[in-house]
Write a protein that binds this ligand. Structure first.
Ligand code: GTP
Ligand code: MG
Length: 237
């Protein structure tokens, strides 16, 4: 009698990572003229032009396929949309998915309304720990992104940049693009792809640095950390 064939080995599950997202839920959305809920966990806002890949990257970071709505058509996200996330390492934070700016097809009134919404959110939200500025890796920094960076410095919001859609670039191009964005904006830049997951952990480490600093501000009387637009440089993340 011939021996029974061994059952095929199951593919090994990837090892648990402290950056696994254990919980991710929609919290609320505010459109122009509407209020957001009272601040809770520290927030990180995703800002960038329409179609740059904000909502897709958010889904990838949270390891959820369709938590935030995404679309090939620019103008998909139409308000400030909040999602609460918890990582395996117990880091808890809220991601604010912002509507894209620079979407010319919107009516002037709509653009003014959304511009006001984004600006007042960035300026006034008490729980906002920092901002992720997304730049399309194929286009590099455009005047809008440079203006956004200047505005964030002006209002003293810490931020770092993500070059998106790097799956569309060769290895050599990725290095050049991230270096050029870093030179122009003067902050750390992570190359990432919401499509393949490249850069996911590095983006999360930098978010974790931002939100931990917000959750545990320096004691009064101790010198403050030099986080202002370069939160993760030199920090252990
Ligand atoms: P708005 O909500 O309009 O501001 O856009 P958004 O910045 O949220 O962009 P969204 O995530 O909806 O993605 C826009 C389009 O780009 C979709 O067709 C996505 O599939 C595509 N996309 C997003 N991220 C990536 C990426 O990393 N690589 C590739 N190849 N395509 C991507
Ligand atoms: Mg979106």
């Amino acid at each position: 009698m011939s021996p029974r064939p061994k059952p095929a080995a199951r593919p090994a599950a990837p090892p648990a990572s402290p950056l696994d997202c254990l919980d991710a839920v929609y919290v609320a959305e505010a459109r122009p003229g509407q209020e957001l809920p009272t601040p809770g966990d520290p927030e990180v806002a995703f800002a960038g032009r329409s179609n740059v890949g904000k909502s897709t990257l958010l889904n990838r970071l949270c390891q959820r396929r369709s938590l935030a709505r995404t679309s090939r058509t620019p103008g998909c996200t139409r308000g400030v949309v909040l999602f609460r996330c918890a990582l395996r390492d117990a880091t808890r934070f809220v991601i604010a998915d912002l509507p894209g700016y620079g979407f010319a097809e919107r009516s002037k009134a709509e653009r003014t309304g959304w511009g006001g919404l984004i600006e007042s959110y960035l300026q006034r939200r008490a729980s906002l720990a920092g901002v992720v500025v997304l730049v399309d890796g194929r286009r590099g920094v455009q005047p809008e992104e440079a203006q956004l960076a200047e505005y964030l410095r002006h209002i003293h919001r810490p931020f770092f940049a993500v070059a998106t859609k790097v799956d569309k670039l060769s290895r050599a191009e990725r290095g050049k693009v991230t270096a050029a964005i870093h030179r122009t904006l003067g902050v750390p830049v992570v190359g990432a792809s919401g499509e393949t997951g490249e850069g996911r952990e590095e983006v999360l480490r930098r978010i974790r640095t931002l939100v931990r600093f917000e959750a545990e501000p320096p004691q009064s009387g101790t010198p403050s950390e030099p986080v202002a637009n370069d939160p993760a440089d030199g920090a252990e993340v």
